[in-house]
Design a protein around this ligand. Structure first.
Ligand SMILES: C[S@@+](CC[C@H](N)C(=O)[O-])C[C@H]1O[C@@H](n2cnc3c(N)ncnc32)[C@H](O)[C@@H]1O
Length: 333
């Protein structure tokens, strides 16, 4: 269970242990780590397996009978990235009167615009901002479809983020939180996941020092940790090197189901836990009803591996709540 309003968080421990605290406040430290990470990782993100994510959204549309909505939505897409979420809604043929594309990264927006340069969708309003900066523009819109895909687990100060969402929601508005880690992932599934990955994929081979040189992405990935550390040390942001896992757990802050953060030996007091769907429902409160919930990727990201993909498909129908990722929808009454 997530400890809302815990006095100290894991991030404070990272900051106290690695940052040059005399020169950098915690926000600036986080900003620099994020910038360096994304700058050195961009090329590794060129491909992404999305079939199962799309399927989850299709089930959502079917179950909620979204095509029956009388009025068109006002979409509020928080952390819209390079347009993945936009494409999801287009493919689902969900109709809207306006589409607020909220994305703080200029580079992401540039990428979106370059891919949609023939786009005559005049309903899209691009906001190159953080969500909290545009709340006043959104409050008075009705019939909102607040859409957040793969963003929540990057948010550290989750209470503030959820408070901001609640502050713009009117009765009948819908909140969609998708492609998030299922942090109540079952330990037995976790064990099976590791076993199947070891047997059916090259995950284990890639870890063997004498074999990893044969895996191009693995080599590039290793190089980037060096580059990130060198950059942050040169700029005087950190006082010592951070392990790849430390950097990962700063960036993918809310990913708890992999259990790897345990290797970082973070003192118990500093650990606020990892949010799951029940925590979100509890925090939203009684005025919000969960209308849809699905989990998928029971054995993680198949990345196109046929065996893992088939196992994921089989387990999706027999163990509904035990995937590594979830998609959930709430409505305000
Ligand atoms: C992993 S990306 C997901 C992008 C897109 N939704 C997708 O699924 O491809 C997370 C995005 O959230 C954005 N982001 C992070 N904090 C945010 C905030 N407070 N307000 C709006 N966007 C934010 C980041 O800039 C980044 O583009």
């Amino acid at each position: 269970m997530y400890k809302f309003h815990n006095k100290i968080k894991r991030v404070d421990w990272f900051y106290e242990n690695y940052a040059k605290t005399d020169d950098f406040l915690i926000d600036e430290f986080l900003k620099r780590v994020n910038e360096s990470y994304y700058y050195n990782s961009a090329k590794l993100y060129s491909s992404r397996y999305i079939d199962d994510i799309q399927e989850a959204y299709s089930s959502m549309k079917e179950e909620l009978k979204i095509e029956d909505t009388k009025n068109n939505y006002n979409v509020v897409n928080i952390g819209a990235g390079t347009g993945f979420d936009y494409n999801i809604l287009k493919n689902l043929n969900i109709q809207y009167d306006s589409y607020f594309f909220i994305e703080p990264s200029k580079d992401m927006i540039k990428e979106f615009l370059s891919r949609h340069n023939d786009n005559d969708d005049k309903k899209v309003v691009i906001k190159n901002n953080h969500f909290h900066e545009v709340l006043d523009d959104l409050r008075n819109k009705n019939n909102k479809f607040i859409f957040i895909n793969s963003v929540l687990h990057h948010v550290i100060y989750i209470e503030k983020f959820l408070d901001d969402i609640k502050s713009i929601m009117n009765p009948n508005d819908i909140l969609v939180i998708g492609h998030e880690p299922n942090n109540s992932y079952n330990p037995l599934m976790f064990f099976l996941n590791l076993t199947f990955k070891a047997i059916f994929t090259s995950a284990l081979l890639k870890k063997a020092p004498f074999l990893k040189v044969f895996y191009d992405n693995e080599v590039k990935s290793n190089e980037r940790w060096e580059k990130i550390n060198t950059q942050l040390l040169d700029e005087g942001v950190i006082i010592k090197k951070m392990s790849p896992l430390t950097i990962r757990r700063i960036i993918d802050y809310g990913v708890g189901h992999k259990k790897d953060w345990k290797r970082l030996n973070i003192p118990k007091d500093y650990n606020e836990g990892f949010i799951d769907v029940h925590d979100i429902s509890k925090y939203l409160g009684n005025e919000y009803k969960r209308k849809f919930y699905i989990t998928y990727r029971h054995f993680g990201d198949s990345n196109g591996n046929v065996v893992i993909e088939s196992l994921n498909n089989i387990f999706k129908s027999i163990l509904k709540n035990h995937g590594t990722n979830f998609l959930s929808v709430w409505k305000k009454f």
